[in-house]
Design a protein around this ligand. Structure first.
Ligand SMILES: *Cc1c(COP(=O)(O)O)cnc(C)c1O
Length: 430
């Protein structure tokens, strides 16, 4: 009999094709399907579940809130839940880092945050064009899509996508070409055809692009370029933020202070839809209601998001996070050492890591075989050539080690068989 999803759901469905199980329950880094089969989740809802599935501390607060008939939907009314989220975000995240930002709640998805940020930058600068980068991903609505690299995704728009000026990301042409120099040259030449943009929209680690991390130096220089040309610096921290790189905000170690920051995915801590913008006070120029929406700031997400912030003052959580980062890092380096030279390259930062295979086909093959061995792991990158590691930040190390052990066997075998002979791989890599 045909599956109800195949019979009724739109052809656009995507992840369920890679992971064709009927999931019913989940806890921490484990998911179970309706037959009781247990999976280890190294995908974490594309980074929307940084604290794992149904983290008990957050769940309890949600249950208590609903049981007490707390306000669930409130447009952008002042609610106790929102007030508490705002004060904790300010005292736990902003103040300790000496960041001064206003919080704006657009519609609940990441692409909403990006649209709002672009609109704001245009209003602040009076310019329409926005600088964006090769391999960047910013969402699926028209404005965000115009700044997204992937041709496959842009093609779906069916309308002209304009106003995105594409520049090469850090290292795009390899280590010998400094892309900041290149961008700077173009922008300083009044006849280059490139105009100073309303904003530079950038991910510090490109998630969908294949876990490509920009260097801190590059990010610093980009911030300088934005200042020089009167453009806003917008960091899209939707995937790399909320602790994914080991810092709550991914740009912290780069020592930059973006004008606008987009957060979504894990900001509610529980997989509830929520997104927000951090805006430097002087750029907070929308008129009341100028960017409206029915679901701006959902109170369940405020309750959960506030409970999630508490992890960031828990030494046990922070220690586990550091340990997981080190564990994954060491495993990736050791694995690549053992593979044929040039067969794979390690990418990313923190717990947003990738294994880019010289043979484009391998990442998908490995992910498919991993699913057969009860591991949920996704691919990303221009050609789906990168196996992407997004474990929960607090995955127990024993669980992580078990999953990596299974992956190691699959990868070692596939690198030697599927990719054919070692010489082919080395030739491609050189
Ligand atoms: C996921 C993502 C988005 C889009 O978020 P949605 O909630 O899917 O609209 C935007 N930018 C980045 C960097 C993302 O990873």
């Amino acid at each position: 009999m045909q599956h109800v999803s195949d019979a009724i759901e739109s052809n656009v469905r995507y992840y369920c094709r890679s992971f064709p199980a009927d999931f019913s329950r989940a806890r921490g880094s484990y998911m179970w399907d309706t037959t009781g089969r247990q999976y280890i989740d190294l995908f974490s809802g594309a980074g929307a579940l940084n604290y794992g599935h149904n983290p008990p501390e957050i769940k309890q607060q949600l249950l208590d809130y609903i049981a007490a008939d707390g306000i669930v939907h409130g447009l952008d009314l002042r609610t106790e839940a929102k007030n508490s989220f705002l004060s904790d975000f300010s005292s736990l995240i902003l103040s300790p880092k000496q960041l001064e930002y206003r919080l704006m709640f657009p519609g609940p998805t990441g692409t909403n945050a990006v649209e709002a940020a672009l609109k704001l930058a245009r209003k602040v600068t009076g310019r329409a064009n926005v600088a964006c980068f090769t391999n960047g991903f910013h969402g699926m609505s028209l404005g965000a899509l115009a700044t997204t690299g992937s041709r496959r995704k842009r093609r779906g728009a069916g309308a002209p996508l304009s106003l995105g000026d594409r520049y090469p990301y850090d290292n795009y042409f390899g280590a010998t070409i400094d892309t900041i120099d290149l961008i700077s040259t173009l922008l300083r030449d009044p006849s280059s055809g490139f105009d100073p943009p309303a904003a530079f929209l950038v991910e510090t680690v490109q998630g969908e692009g294949g876990a490509i991390a920009a260097s801190f130096e590059w990010l610093k220089q980009l911030a300088g370029l934005a200042t020089e040309h009167g453009s806003l610096l917008i960091v899209d921290d939707i995937q790399a933020g909320c602790g994914r790189t080991g810092h709550f905000l991914s740009f912290e170690p780069a020592g930059i202070y973006p004008d606008v920051v987009c957060l979504s995915k894990s900001i509610s801590g529980f997989g509830l839809p929520m997104s927000l913008l951090l805006i430097k006070p002087r750029h907070d120029v929308f008129d009341p209601g100028e960017h409206n929406g029915t679901f701006r700031g959902h109170n369940l997400a405020f309750v959960a998001g506030r409970a999630a912030l508490a992890y960031w003052r828990d030494p046990g959580f922070l220690r586990a996070l550091d340990q997981n980062i080190a564990l994954l890092d060491e495993w990736l380096s050791a694995l690549v050492e053992r593979l044929p030279r040039g067969a794979a390259e390690v990418r990313g930062r923190g717990l947003l890591r990738g294994l880019a295979f010289a043979d484009d086909r391998l990442a998908t093959i490995v992910a498919r075989k991993a699913f057969q061995r009860d591991i949920i792991i996704e691919v990303s990158g221009s050609r789906d050539d990168v196996l992407k590691f997004l474990p929960a930040l607090n995955i127990p190390s024993a669980t992580l080690i078990e999953a990596l052990g299974r992956l190691e066997e699959i990868i070692e075998l596939e690198c030697l068989t599927t990719a054919g002979d070692v010489e082919t791989l080395q030739r491609r890599a050189s």
